[in-house]
Design a protein around this ligand. Sequence first.
Ligand SMILES: NC(=O)c1ccc[n+]([C@@H]2O[C@H](COP(=O)([O-])OP(=O)(O)OC[C@H]3O[C@@H](n4cnc5c(N)ncnc54)[C@H](OP(=O)(O)O)[C@@H]3O)[C@@H](O)[C@H]2O)c1
Length: 268
Amino acid sequence: MTDSIPRLGFGTWARTGADGVAAILYALETGYRHLDTAQSYGTEQSVGEAMRQSGLRRDEIFVTTKIKVDNLGPGKLLPSLRQSCDTIGVDQVDLTLIHWPAPHGRIEPEVYLEQLAEAREAARTRMIGVSNFTIALLEKAEAILGKRAVATNQIELNPLFQNRKLADHCNKRGILVTCYQPVAQGRMGDIEQMRLVAERHEATVEQVALAYELSKGYAAIPTSSKPERIRSNWQAHMLSLTAADIETIDALPQSLRAIDPAGAPLWD
Ligand SMILES: NC(=O)c1ccc[n+]([C@@H]2O[C@H](COP(=O)([O-])OP(=O)(O)OC[C@H]3O[C@@H](n4cnc5c(N)ncnc54)[C@H](OP(=O)(O)O)[C@@H]3O)[C@@H](O)[C@H]2O)c1
């Protein structure tokens, strides 16, 4: 596995139990080589089980996990990541993210970001990054960890919520944008411009969304419980949009953010 993050990954939220293992295994058989899990999803075990059943070598699969808010306090992060590695059944993960900044700034970013760097030094994770970080928090992270230390910021982003200000900042700072909700949970079927682009390419609107995100240089981690969708989402990496398609999608009216829990940071 090189140091780059595979751009089209498989999200694992809700992929629990035997059905979850089957979906993740199907994703690996289809060609996905990046699995996105989190301590709070209850899918670390399914990820490990599917990896073992796949027969792929450990170094053929890129595994991301995320540290939950309960494990951000002093002395908690590294033991929790060791537990995540044990649950998955690996010595180290490829990428560890802070899932959410501490709600209401109750824990200073130094406390958990320094522990994240220690986890990398302890070889429990090859790379480190963040999720749901704002521009102000990314600037703090860079000051604490150094330039280029934050490999990615995983954020909500799809054609209906392009999160442009934050994505532009990440691009400028050399931080890979990883899009969550990249197929807008299947909500794009009624958007005429998306349907027209999809028809022109004999593709689905979800494939168009993923191709759009990849064309911007972002990573995307769609999930599905259904084999035909797991496969068709994967095939999006072969779809090339034209500059006109991209302009059309750039100009779509934007909807509200879908994921905005209590305690979320002050968004940009
Ligand atoms: N860092 C964070 O805070 C954060 C937040 C949210 C998500 N995530 C990560 O990002 C991943 C993806 O986000 P997400 O699961 O919220 O959203 P998503 O991937 O945009 O949407 C998944 C949903 O859309 C449906 N779907 C998938 N492909 C489809 C297709 N081709 N056509 C129609 N419907 C389709 C799936 O239903 P079916 O199962 O019925 O196909 C599923 O309910 C998660 O699994 C998780 O790993 C991270």
